[in-house]
Design a binder for this molecule. Structure first.
Ligand SMILES: Nc1ncnc2c1ncn2[C@@H]1O[C@H](COP(=O)(O)OP(=O)(O)OP(=O)(O)O)[C@@H](O)[C@H]1O
Length: 445
């Protein structure tokens, strides 16, 4: 059986840990009497970054990558959890201590277009953090800027130019020089090449690699482009709906992913090799709202390897898929606020938001032979929803069709000897492994 742990550890225990994140959460809103549930942008993550390492952070848009990066740098206040940087818990710093620490940890943004002030010269932009920290003398600051220009592959005469006179790649070099001005040890690179042409991307990546070596930098590299991540990162963390689903050494994670979510992301990378027969896993539906994440595994509503409740393991794939998609329809529609008019209409039995629900059910189960044991429950849920009680319909379906994946949070399982961790119930001894389940379920696609 795979070993379980409450939090992933670094690959090599002997290496020096620079950043250590424990149960970090960042929620937006949700406070006050009339507020709805909070947006759980980062919902309890644990990881470490070793000194000199590049940790990649990947996942679909909206999964919480940028929020995690900003919270790490204390640009956002964490809701819960700790961030230790070189042994100091930085979430407790304030005033001059926080300002001093900020020198050490900087951010490079995705869009060099909008992150640079167009009214300042390039020299002023790079010098600004030095001025703000009253760094050495005026002359030394000027010399520092010239050194930084050269370090990022720009020339002295660029000092007096304006960002709009530069190409996208050159502007990103300016952004990098500015981030390096105060000699930080740690950089959060938030999609640093996503806005650039492919040929320029390669040059910026190679610059980042050279600078890392020269200044012994540690990077958190946020990206959605997996091929870039594969090239530059030592280890990768895969994020979904505010949680880290898998973390491990890059090449191993790409070649033999453990988690069903990582498997589906990697299966979607276009493969130039025609003999490569890896089956593409198409994920149904969309990620749930971070205001309304599943109680158990965040990936439960779309997972191709989801564990079914005992009494329904015999159902055909298409029946089960129909049930899951029907649950999604009810979930999404029940999230819409009823409002005063909706409540009034429900009061007089004229509720209409679910009038087309039977049609939706026919579409979902088109051509599928739905057994009686399932049909009765679908019909009952349709009735609740049409009467104006979608939450009751949702709870009813949950009671009937939920499994351990909906109800219980998984543990982290160590899935290889190189400190790879995956957050999935299927790694427990009592369940069938991920691979055979996925290949059975995708064989009809
Ligand atoms: N200031 C904010 N207030 C409220 N919600 C926010 C705020 N910032 C982010 N969110 C929400 O938090 C969730 C995570 O957003 P985040 O930008 O961190 O995701 P991401 O993975 O970086 O996405 P992308 O790749 O599109 O930048 C989203 O649902 C987003 O709408």
């Amino acid at each position: 059986m795979s070993k379980t742990t409450s939090r992933p550890q670094s690959a090599a225990q002997g290496d020096e840990v620079l950043v250590d994140v424990t149960d970090l959460k960042k929620f937006y809103g949700g406070e006050g009497f009339f507020a709805g549930p909070p947006v759980k942008a980062v919902n309890g993550v644990d990881f470490t970054i070793k000194r000199g390492e590049t940790l990649g952070l990947v996942g679909e848009s909206g999964c919480g990558k940028s929020t995690l990066g900003r919270t790490l740098l204390q640009l956002e206040t964490p809701t819960e959890g700790s961030i230790t940087f070189d042994g100091t818990d930085v979430t407790t710093l304030s005033g001059s201590d926080l300002k001093e620490w900020r020198r050490n940890a900087q951010m490079v943004f995705q869009d060099p277009e909008s992150s640079l002030n167009d009214r300042m010269t390039v020299g002023e932009i790079i010098r600004e953090p030095l001025d703000a920290h009253d760094w050495k003398t005026k002359q030394e600051r000027r010399e520092r800027v010239l050194d930084l220009l050269s370090a990022v592959g720009l020339r002295d005469e660029h000092y007096f130019r304006y960002p709009h006179q530069f190409s996208g790649g050159q502007r990103q070099r300016v952004g990098i020089a500015r981030a390096l001005a105060l000699e930080p040890e740690f950089l959060v690179l938030d999609e640093p090449v996503s806005a650039l042409d492919v040929s320029v991307q390669a040059k910026i990546i190679s610059l980042l690699e050279d600078l890392q070596e020269e200044f012994n930098l540690t990077y958190l590299f946020i990206a959605h482009d997996l091929s870039v991540v594969r090239h530059i990162c030592d280890r990768v963390a895969v994020m979904y709906l505010g949680k880290i689903m898998e973390l491990g050494e890059t090449e191993e994670l790409f070649q033999d992913p453990s988690n069903p979510y990582t498997k589906s992301l990697i299966s979607a990378i276009p493969r130039p090799d025609p003999t490569d027969t890896t089956r593409r896993i198409t994920l149904p539906g969309t990620p749930p709202s971070p205001r309304d994440a599943p109680e158990g595994c965040p990936f439960a509503t779309r997972c191709p390897a989801k564990i079914r409740p005992e009494e329904y393991t015999h159902l055909d794939e298409d029946v089960w898929d129909g049930i899951e998609r029907f649950r999604e329809v009810i979930r999404e529609r029940s999230r819409m606020d009823l409002g005063v008019t909706g409540l009034a209409r429900r009061g007089v039995g004229r509720f209409s938001r679910f009038d087309d629900l039977e049609e939706a059910v026919s579409d979902l189960f088109e051509g599928v032979d739905v057994p009686e044991e399932v049909r009765v429950h679908i019909e009952q849920a349709v009735e609740y929803a049409k009467k104006g009680y979608p939450s009751k319909a949702r709870e009813y379906l949950y009671e009937e069709f939920s499994s351990v994946c909906d109800r219980e949070k998984p543990k982290f399982y160590e899935t290889s000897g190189t400190a790879r961790y995956s957050y999935c119930h299927r790694h427990a001894n009592e369940y069938e492994d991920v691979d055979p389940v996925i290949s059975r379920r995708t064989s009809d696609e």
